[in-house]
Design a protein around this ligand. Structure first.
Ligand code: ATP
Length: 970
């Protein structure tokens, strides 16, 4: 017994060593480049094949083959990937998810290339590098881990590596050659991949699909080590290896036996599921790359061509027709990715699992082997399988609620691998299973006709999901998740809808595929297929149904030839290039998205360098002691001196804000004019609707308060035309309940151990502009997040009109009337200006058919610009789009985080007028702003924040005067 334990432990250590090597390589590459290399397993497979080629086929001595494979080829692959794939992406400042897609592309390319070169069959004659004795492998793994750890900890290169990982741009500014560090990381990562491959090859199946997957299954080791700690990775790998080996001794009887055996054989997959679904997430920032999901225009006539091409196989015969049968089925599977990934923006690498479950359930139901259900005719079995698999979409939909980018990729990949290993690969589920075609559709031609009908149904379902309110909400969620929440979109439910619908479509396609092949073939739903399908849909236009159909035809058509792997190789090349096309639609869209990001950065710089006075120095120099909110530390100084006098602020002598404070300021005439425009309906019904609007003031029409004329708004050139238009109903009116006060009560917020808010009390009353000023890092945005529901306070309450909304999600607060804009633009680039605004209106608390038009007109967006996609529009216009979207939701309280950032003087003036008009109409406004001139002009009450506390409050005159005095003490 003791010797059995010893032998099993040794065997486990051997497997664990290979896993440790993979973990070390993945961690080093990730730390050097920020990329989780999905192609790691594929590089291992290619190196194993090359060593076999050198030694077995060409008769080289082992040492020569090993030298070439491990010291030349493997590092060479890594350096080539760094130089030609990942460096250009990092130079372009591309989303991290772009690198993820590229690494999946490299995976698919290498797998396809290997299948092309060496065929798809498994080889069992790979040369043995280290004897079967596990001590050799273990020593290699431990030595490597210790060596790498020492280099990272004690050498200059290690310090550079850590600097690059922490902040690549800062490291470059500090004189570090980040490219050299990344190249070294890639070279080393590939070397470990190669080593893993040649060590494993003699003991596992060496084939293009199986081996990469086997290697990638142990990614759990790196995730468990938080992509940082090499010792943890090694210990976890060895531990799982030994445990897996020891589990083979267990032979429980009864129903548990197959399960225990499956777990024993796949403990790394169990670990992957735990690491991806239960452990804290890694790399959650990144969404899908814009290029992968942007709107791809359909060329005119393309649908007619597609219909003709899909009808063509009806004229085929024999093997051509038999092969064609796979195309509509795969098309339906890929449509599921259009819904989940293309429109919903969710990375889903596990779609093959749902397709496989669809086929498996269909087969089980048709065979009468599904527990508790009678035998069903094939079509009924297919329909029921779709219904049964749909809720299983929650397996990936649920993790998606709190995950993005890499974390979601890992979770969906883990589910795909888990289903494959624990269901498709288990004899208890699939042994002796056959799958027939529905009666009357047995022949290929008849079955193809049936498939076309089912494909049409799937297209219709996809079309419905992508159109209208749901489609716009999905696109908004894809483009900017927080922005979508702020617009009132129920993001978690929408994600579940996307994944459940996607699972249903995949199940339908999978069942069709199985019937087409007349068998349930687990290999057809392998997780590697999931990666290939994902890459294919992404490169051929993820948000395009036509792209999905083209991808299906391409994948089936290219692989129908003599050698498989052509399609994978081609898709791989395209996926690698997806962010770098020198021209074409993707490049144009990428540039547009890039411009949006650059502008966001420029916005901050422009504001920092602008002529307007900034608050930061004043507050940073002198931080007053905390004072209770509502008290005015400096109000005793009184007097409308200095800044306030220059601005003619009659309300500067302290005391209350509100409409009174606005009276007499320059610009009030414009404000009242704007208020009149906003509130025409109210005026007709009496003056009681708005809170801030003076009684009896006649409406004077809004045009004077609209945005300044702009190139992108030719309509502005003809103001008389706008004057003539009848205004739709206003946002408030007689009978509309007064806007409630938004209140923060003793709010505390933390980021880990850091206290960002330390007991903030604040009221945002209706009809007033409340401003918050303070230095960078004071906690202003965090306060916004707590009020809007995007950050959960650790203590304290948020009340809206006395109702506790602290635990409500962001979208729920939006629907209660808390609208917001973001410090960094949160627009939906792939939607047009009008659609952006429409998303806000469609999710509103009260449906108001005129809200979109009114918001567009109010913000000067009702010209031709309304039909332009938001991507590529100037920052000033996008700020208006964001504000219009918030207004279209008929907010009762509006939170504006640096609304003037990136606007020119004319735009700031126009913004001021619009905001005053909103306040005059009764909306409560909370504005965070660094532009003190704007604050002085706009606000009724100013709160000064420093270090997470409100340290002073009062009317703008006194507060800003004091700050100005502190800024220039002389
Ligand atoms: N997600 C986060 N994780 C950790 N710390 C954070 C996070 N967001 C903000 N912080 C920290 O919390 C503090 C308050 O940040 P916040 O963005 O609220 O300040 P701010 O006043 O809005 O600054 P700015 O004017 O620069 O936007 C800062 O020290 C910031 O570094």
């Amino acid at each position: 017994m003791a010797s059995l334990t010893y032998d099993l432990t040794l065997a486990g250590l051997s497997v664990g060593s290979a896993a440790a090597l993979t973990g070390i390589g993945l961690i080093v590459t990730y730390r050097a480049t920020g990329v989780l290399n999905f192609a790691h397993g594929a590089i291992a497979m290619v190196c194993a094949y090359v060593l076999r080629q050198c030694v077995v086929e060409w008769g080289w001595p082992l040492w020569a083959g090993v030298t070439v494979t491990l010291l030349v080829l493997a590092p060479g692959i890594g350096m080539a990937l760094e130089r030609f794939v990942f460096r250009p992406l990092s130079v372009l400042g591309t989303d991290p998810a772009q690198a993820l897609v590229a690494s999946i592309g490299v995976f698919v390319l290498l797998v396809g290339g290997a299948a092309l070169l060496w065929g798809q069959g498994a080889r069992d004659d790979a040369p043995e590098l280290v004897s079967a004795d596990p001590w050799g492998q273990l020593s290699v793994a431990l030595l490597l881990a210790a060596g790498v750890g020492a280099v990272i900890r004690w050498t200059r290169f290690g310090r550079e590596l850590r600097a690059v990982v922490d902040d690549r741009q800062l490291a470059v500014v500090g004189g570090i050659d980040a490219d050299r560090v990344a190249a070294a990381g890639w070279a080393f990562g590939s070397f470990t991949a190669g080593l893993t491959g040649v060590l494993l090859a003699p003991y596992v199946r060496l084939d293009p699909y199986g081996m990469p997957l086997l290697v990638m299954e142990v990614v759990a080791v790196a995730v468990a080590a938080r992509m940082r700690s090499l010792p943890v990775a090694v210990v976890v790998a060895l531990g799982i290896g030994v445990a897996q080996s020891q589990l083979t001794r267990l032979h429980p009887s009864g129903w548990g036996e197959p399960l225990v055996q499956a777990a024993g054989a796949n403990l790394f997959v169990v670990a992957l599921l735990i690491a991806a679904l239960a452990l804290p997430r890694i790399g959650t920032r990144d969404a899908l790359p814009r290029t992968a999901t942007a709107r791809v225009p359909t060329p005119p006539g393309a649908w007619i061509v597609a219909v003709v091409l899909f009808l063509l196989p009806l004229g085929f015969a024999g093997s051509d027709l038999h092969t064609s049968v796979q195309v509509p089925a795969l098309g339906v599977v890929l449509l599921s990715l259009v819904v989940v990934t293309g429109r919903g923006g969710q990375i889903s690498l596990g779609q093959a699992a749902y397709a496989g479950l669809g086929a498996l359930f269909t087969a089980l139901l048709a065979a009468g082997r599904f527990p508790g259900l009678p035998r069903l005719p094939e079509l009924a079995a297919l329909a029921l399988a779709v219904v049964l698999v749909a809720p299983l979409g929650l397996l990936t939909g649920w993790p998606a609620i709190s995950r993005q980018g890499l974390a979601l990729a890992l979770a969906t990949f883990a589910v795909g691998v888990g289903v494959s290993r624990f269901v498709f690969a288990q004899p208890y589920a699939v042994s002796g299973l056959s799958l027939g075609r529905p009666a009357g559709f047995d022949g290929d031609r008849a079955y193809y006709v049936l498939e076309l009908a089912l494909l049409a149904g799937a297209l219709l379902a996809t079309w419905r999901l992508r159109r209208g309110r749901t489609g716009r909400a999905l696109a908004a969620m894809r483009d900017h998740e927080s922005g979508a929440s702020a617009a009132g979109v129920q993001v978690p439910s929408l994600k579940l809808l996307a994944f459940v619908s996607g699972a249903a479509l995949a199940a339908l396609g999978g069942g069709m595929l199985g019937m087409g092949l007349r068998a349930f073939d687990p290999g057809a739903y392998d997780p590697v297929r999931g990666l290939l399908w994902f890459a294919a849909v992404v490169v051929l236009g993820a948000d395009s149904t036509l792209g999905a159909l083209a991808a299906a035809a391409l994948l089936v058509g290219l692989d129908a030839g003599a050698r498989g792997g052509v399609a994978a190789a081609l898709i791989g090349v395209l996926a690698v290039l997806v962010g770098r096309f020198p021209g074409g639609p993707y490049e144009a869209l990428r540039t547009a998205a890039g411009r949006l990001r650059l502008r966001r950065r420029a916005t901050l710089t422009a504001v920092g360098a602008g002529a307007r006075r900034r608050l930061r120095p004043a507050v940073e120099r002198t931080t007053p002691a905390p004072a209770p909110a509502g008290t005015t530390r400096w109000s005793e100084r009184g007097g409308a001196s200095g800044t306030a006098r220059q601005r003619g602020d009659a309300g500067a002598s302290g005391g209350g804000g509100g409409a009174r404070a606005r009276t007499g300021r320059p610009g009030d005439a414009e404000t009242n004019a704007a208020a009149g425009r906003l509130s025409e309906g109210s005026e007709e019904g009496g003056a009681g609707g708005g809170h801030g609007r003076p009684h009896g003031e006649p409406p004077t029409g809004f045009p004077d308060a609209s945005w300044p004329p702009r190139d992108d708004h030719p309509d502005d050139a003809a103001p008389s035309e706008r004057h003539r238009r009848a205004d739709p109903p206003p946002p408030t009116g007689p009978g509309t309940p007064p806007s409630p006060t938004l209140t923060a009560r003793h709010l505390h917020a933390r980021y880990g151990g850091f206290t960002a808010l330390d007991g903030v009390d604040l009221d945002v009353p209706p009809g007033e502009v409340t401003a918050i000023v303070g230095p960078n890092g004071a906690g202003k945005s965090t306060l916004f997040h707590c009020l809007a529901g995007t950050h959960r306070p650790s203590r304290g309450q948020v009340l809206l009109g006395g109702r506790d909304v602290t635990r409500l999600a962001a979208h729920a607060r939006t629907r209660l009337g808390i609208g917001r804009t973001f410090q960094q633009l949160a627009v939906f680039p792939s939607l047009t200006v009008a659609e952006n605004v429409q998303v806000g209106a469609e999710q509103a608390r009260v449906r108001d058919p005129g809200a979109v038009e009114r918001a567009l007109r109010l913000l000067g967006l009702d010209g031709p610009v309304r039909a332009s996609p938001a991507a590529g529009l100037p920052t000033g216009t996008l700020r208006r789009v964001e504000l219009a979207r918030a207004l279209a939701g008929s907010p009762r309280v509006l939170l504006l985080d640096e609304p003037a950032a990136g606007l020119d003087t004319a735009e700031v003036t126009a913004l001021t007028r619009v905001l005053k008009a909103l306040a005059a109409d009764g909306t409560g406004l909370l504005v965070v702003e660094h532009d003190l001139d704007l604050v002085a002009d706009l606000a009724d009450v100013v709160h000064v924040m420093t270090a997470g506390r409100i340290v002073a409050s009062g009317p703008p005159g006194s507060v800003l005067d004091t700050l100005a005095a502190r800024e220039s003490p002389a």
